[in-house]
Ligand binder design. Structure first.
Ligand code: ADP
Length: 364
């Protein structure tokens, strides 16, 4: 790479003055220390004769403040989500592994006709595990995981979105292999021209498509995989669909998946006891038809509060209560919780996804 000294650059990055890199403590830098460490680990940092920091050209061209903002979106996936943490979604998990994990682990096997897609779209109702799948991919290939919500690019960084996207892909390339997960991607590259769509958001959209065109997970040097997630797949435009040729439907959890979620809440090692018989479990599973994964999570949380609330009623406080003093969670706790936590996805929404899946979804 072409290196450029950035000594003296004072873009005003807030967090950390760098200096952690390469053991050259004390070097002032507007870049986050962790970023410098990561670049240093990859041999991408050096120092010039005067001890000034020399960055890869790609970064040196960008505003340190923007780099810092983008770097703040990096999630640490070490010890992160495993495939087993995702209940159900077996077919989607298998396909994602075949399609993107294997090629990232062994790029030389997946060239030519076997080349992986550069982008993957996960669509389906909210709270079904799309983000979890993104994280599991990243953890599986030990990738740097950038998780960005498109609405933060379009609203929080209004006017800066285009530069953010450029910085995002530049950083992802340098910290490769990388997974860029963009939630609500429809709002970024939708076909519909939003009412006030002005120059800045049009440029943002164009930049996003250009970057997507350029990323190629089969390239050894810059393995970047884009995973977009959306609840409104029909709003993506044709150009976006072309760049994310694989579109996977992530549906509501099936019975078996809901059962798994319930059992996991009480698995060995958890200090929450329950008195649910297999028949009780069946009732809860049946009663939660149509619940999303996150609805289930909230429901379980709510049911587990039951014993604590009871104890509070008896004693007036729970300050010094040990977990062992709580009664087990019962079917009745779940019945009460079902009233507080209803399903959040309507049947008509599901029909919409099924129709879209029939036309555009990857078959598996
Ligand atoms: P989204 O599809 O909107 O990206 P997330 O992956 O962010 O949904 O899921 C939100 C939360 O719901 C997760 O953190 C997890 O607690 C729970 N959840 C959703 N789907 C599953 C699943 N299949 N297995 C286990 N937990 C799930």
């Amino acid at each position: 790479f072409v290196a450029k000294a950035v000594d003296g650059m004072n873009g005003g990055g807030g967090n950390g003055a760098g200096g952690g890199a390469g053991g050259e403590g004390g070097v002032e830098s507007p870049y986050p220390a962790k970023l410098l460490d990561m670049l240093s680990e990859r041999g991408l940092l050096s120092f010039d004769a005067e001890g000034g920091l020399v960055l890869p050209q790609k970064l040196a061209q960008l505003d340190p403040k923007i780099i810092e903002h983008v770097f703040n979106e990096v999630t640490d996936c070490s010890g992160g989500i495993t495939w087993d943490d995702i209940a159900g979604q077996e077919a989607a998990k298998r396909l994602v592994q075949e399609m993107v994990v294997w090629p990232m682990l062994n790029p030389q096997l997946f060239t030519g006709a076997r080349a992986p897609p550069r982008g993957l779209l996960l669509f389906g109702p909210p709270g079904t595990g799309k983000t979890l799948i993104g994280k599991a991919v990243a953890a599986n290939i030990c990738a740097t995981f950038f998780s960005i919500s498109a609405s933060s690019l379009t609203s929080k960084w209004i006017g800066e979105g285009e530069r953010m996207v450029r910085a995002l892909f530049a950083l992802a390339g340098l910290l490769s292999p990388s997974v860029i997960f963009i939630d609500e991607i429809d709002s970024l590259i939708s076909a519909r021209k939003s009412e006030g769509e002005h120059e800045a958001s049009r440029r943002l959209k164009t930049q996003m498509l250009i970057e997507l065109e350029g990323c190629d997970p089969s390239k050894d040097a810059e393995r970047i995989l884009l995973i977009g997630a959306t609840n409104r797949p029909e709003e993506l435009d044709e150009a976006a669909r072309r760049r994310m040729p694989k579109q996977l439907y992530i549906p509501l959890p099936c019975e078996a998946a809901r059962r798994q979620m319930l059992m996991r809440a009480f698995r060995a090692g958890s200090d929450i006891l329950h008195s649910l018989t297999p028949a009780d479990l069946d009732k809860v599973v049946e009663r939660t038809a149509g619940y999303s994964g996150s609805d289930m999570k909230n429901l379980i949380q709510e049911a587990c509060q039951g014993p604590v609330r009871d104890l509070f009623r008896q004693r007036g406080n729970v300050t010094n209560v040990a977990p062992s003093e709580l009664r087990p969670v019962t079917l009745r706790d779940f019945q009460m919780a079902c009233k507080a936590q209803k399903r959040t996805v309507a049947d008509c929404e599901i029909e919409r996804y099924i129709a879209y899946d029939a036309s555009f979804g990857a078959k598996y």
